[in-house]
Write a protein that binds this ligand. Structure first.
Ligand code: ZN
Length: 268
């Protein structure tokens, strides 16, 4: 039996394993970073929304206080005019105008109270949130209950974590970039070699790997397929030891003697 073909495909798996082991150095960092970034964006949106509400309140408050000031000015001038009124009709007309301005003031004051009430309510909610935090009852805290300072601290912490993880990932990527490029080139040329010499094995390899299976070619380990731990029939052992292969009946992986991996690894 010609074992060159199986050696070629074992070598392909070996290179694949090397790439996989380098990629695993990233330890799920890309996924972790994007999850942290989502949390950060959510927190930032909450802070922004609160800031907008506070700004709107401030603007409204200034406008209402301006209105009140103007009304008072008008009232003052109407009262002055009243002292100079030549008759009751003139005096009464001014009284009506004063009344109107007083109503305007009252309305503005109600609106100012509404703003204060809303702000007080949200402060109360935050107070409640602070109590819940102190008691570690985080699951009971609603978005509104999150105290401003805790929210700001959260944003700071998250942004720090994102930066740290990014730095960590960047340094891993930089450190391994050369090696990954080298291995990918090696993988490509190995594929070319396998395509020419063992197309059917390559098809099987690709088919196995197209699923979630990372390793299509595995070692025989304690008389079992090391991919799924199913025992390999005794009458196949000799063939495997001789450098042949066995297709696992349980998982479909190609089982070879570990020596073949050692040989593939020795090639560099
Ligand atoms: Zn198996």
């Amino acid at each position: 039996m010609d074992h060159t073909k199986i050696n070629l495909i074992v070598r392909l798996q070996h290179i694949d394993n090397q790439i996989e082991s380098i990629m695993s150095l990233q330890k799920g960092l890309p996924e972790e970073i994007s999850a942290l970034e989502e949390d950060l964006a959510f927190t930032a949106r909450q802070i922004e929304a609160r800031k907008r509400v506070a700004e709107d309140h401030q603007k409204l408050r200034e406008r209402l206080n301006g209105t009140i000031f103007d009304c008072k000015e008008k009232i003052r001038s109407f009262k002055e005019k009243q002292t100079l009124a030549r008759n009751n009709k003139e005096y009464d007309a001014l009284s009506k105008q004063i009344e109107y301005e007083e109503k305007e003031i009252a309305q503005a004051e109600i609106k100012l109270q509404d703003i204060s009430h809303t702000e007080h309510h949200s402060q109360e909610l935050q107070k409640k949130g602070r109590e819940l935090i102190a008691e570690n009852r985080y699951d009971e805290i609603t978005e509104e209950m999150m105290p401003d300072d805790v929210l700001n601290q959260q944003r700071e912490d998250l942004s720090q974590q994102v930066n740290l993880k990014k730095e960590e990932l960047d340094s891993i990527v930089v450190e391994t970039a050369e090696e990954i490029t080298r291995l990918r080139e090696k993988l490509a040329s190995q594929r070319t070699a396998v395509t020419q010499e063992a197309k059917r094995l390559l098809d099987k390899y690709d088919h196995l790997k197209s699923g979630s299976m990372q390793n299509a070619i595995v070692k025989l380990d304690r008389h079992a397929c090391s991919g799924c731990n199913t025992r390999v029939p005794t009458n196949r052992h000799t063939l495997i030891v001789q450098g042949g292969f066995y297709v696992c009946e349980s998982c479909g992986r190609i089982v070879v003697h570990e020596r073949l991996f050692d040989e593939a690894s020795a090639e560099g």
